[in-house]
Design a protein around this ligand. Sequence first.
Ligand code: F3S
Length: 755
Amino acid sequence: MAFDIDMIKKVYSQFDGRIQAARKIVNKPLTLSEKILYAHLWEGNATETYERGNSYVDFAPDRVTMQDATAQMALLQFMQAGRPKVAVPSTVHCDHLIQARDGAEQDLNRAKQESSEVFNFLSSVSNKYGIGFWKPGAGIIHQVMLENYAFPGGMMIGTDSHTVNAGGLGMIAIGVGGADACDVMAGLPWELKFPKLIGVKLTGKLSGWTSPKDVILKVAGILTVKGGTGAIVEYFGEGAESMSCTGKGTICNMGAEIGATTSTFGYDESMERYLRSTNRADVADAANEIKQHLTADPEVYADPETYFDQVIEINLSELEPSLNGPFTPDLYTPVSRMREESSKNGWPTKVEWGLIGSCTNSSYEDLARAASIARQAIEKGLDIKAEFGINPGSEQVRYTADRDGLIKTFTDLNATIFTNACGPCIGMWDRAGSDKQEKNTIVHSFNRNFAKRADGNPNTYAFVTSPEMVAAIAISGDLGFNPVTDTLTNKNGEQVKLDPPTGDELPARGFAVEDAGYQAPAEDGSGVQVAVSPTSDRLQLLEPFVAWEGTDLKGLKVLIKAKGKCTTDHISMAGPWLKYRGHLDNISNNMLIGAVNYFNDKTDFVKNQLTGQYGPVPATQRAYKAAGIGSIVVGDENYGEGSSREHAAMEPRHLGVRAVLVKSFARIHETNLKKQGMLGLTFANKDDYDKILENDTVDIVGLTTFAPNTPLTLVLHHADGTSEEISVNHTYNQQQIEWFKAGGALNIIRRNQAN
Ligand code: F3S
């Protein structure tokens, strides 16, 4: 299964020369992030300094990772690229399509039946094109990645926004759309705007109930969901070194929740311990040889203000356990204030479910610490008040945790052990009674808590916290319970207190697993058939999008003016729609159904300007398409935040939307729009958002001279016969303009392969 030590050694052999070259050009000490970036330049040695937050740079990632929901479209696209094998080591992980309901075994069997067509497609396409395939039940992509492939100083892209988790092992790992993954697997460079750098200095040491999760919950509270946009967050300091590698992974994982490009930590002893414990002593040895390049130059951490664009300092010794939420991961509440805040805000305090798992917090250490709380509950005669569910991060974690008695501790406390998969974290949770849409509270150790995310119920108040806090709060059944100070009444009527969690960072007897769930690809995949049935409702081979017609776009109808938060979940909802990820036409029936229409405050209810009737967004757009009329989608700030799913860009493209005009974009979504040949535009003056009216028809002018750094003009034709012009900006560089003209980046890749 394994990581490719020769590849890693080759990468490391280039570090010294490339970093020396970069240091000469940049002419100052380098951060770790810069070292890794400069060591992965597509062109080899640096020949120019890149401007943070501005320059588009081509990189050569070492690895590509994909999960089953996004891999379908990424690989359908890759099949169009005309290559016999992937150009860089790549893996597929089946973790998103397994619904949690009854427990691991039943749920896994059901998923295998329901999604056999997709799993078979992914297995065969992986086999054919030289891609490692992790079967359903093998684990959550980012946990499996950390355990098997991530390496200090490496660069990876993945078709999932929490790919950033691998920063816990010192990588620059970035979530991308399937189109980017397709490019890299096809042997092309990967382009990224050179990020800004945020330094987070961690002093002190975690103790008691606080955990790495509390670090990132605090950072999210400080930076908010937008604060990391366009930046790499680099953690350093004695506090960083005192944390486990998987704890660092937790922190990097939730960097996605602050919009950061990625997060990372310098190579240290915790990473070495983790590598050795997960059977990769040779990677640790290789990393030790170039240690000085796997952390920043000493001057940087001595004087961070000089070298980072922003610096935050957190004293871990003063940090409190906290719970972020509801409905957004940046609403930070330390546990000591939760009772007061919940009563002030009307958050239900009766906790119905405690869920441990997700790529954020499903390591051995996470389970061990949570189990130490569960064990105390049993020993101290406490019943658990809430329902309790656990998704282990990988089969290796589950098997080892089972061997070490942790799983039994959970089940003794009535926990349901779900499959080693995403489950409730991505809405794949058949929660009994959620259709009644009752107001209720759950706590979980996941990363995201947008409305409806876990169970589809808009009235579920979800709070994000550490696994040990989930255990404690589930036991108490009370959101306001503070295990640091409060007692609980046990079965004998006695007041008992939970001691702070304990748990091994790594299993004392080492990791073990019987069948990790890995399938190696065929040496020669040329004879492997990839079957996609033409009648399938889950998979559909792609047709190339048509090229730009060469003129300005005239007469576009305003499809929807989205109000407020419009994440990729709002644009292309997950949950039940995940099953259509490989079928563009079918999944397009969820396009923008979660977005709030500015004109009536309703979701999935927009005006068809041709008939004057109101109806669902997808049906309205299909009507425009049938009439040969283009449309425009208007949005608010940070449009497309959330996941990396390119469906959020492909669906509007497929249904004939021509442009998306917003106050600001989330980075991945903006790139995805560009890849699909869409126009992603921003208001030059954000107040112009108010000028867009429900019955407007819009022209986009200036496309025949479309050029980098040159605004375009929109002409708004209002229903009363008046019209006005507004200026709109874009971030297309020359290459991206070519994608637009060709009708999408893939059209250019295929053309180049053929030549
Ligand atoms: Fe899966 Fe949730 Fe992570 S969906 S990859 S566990 S964010």
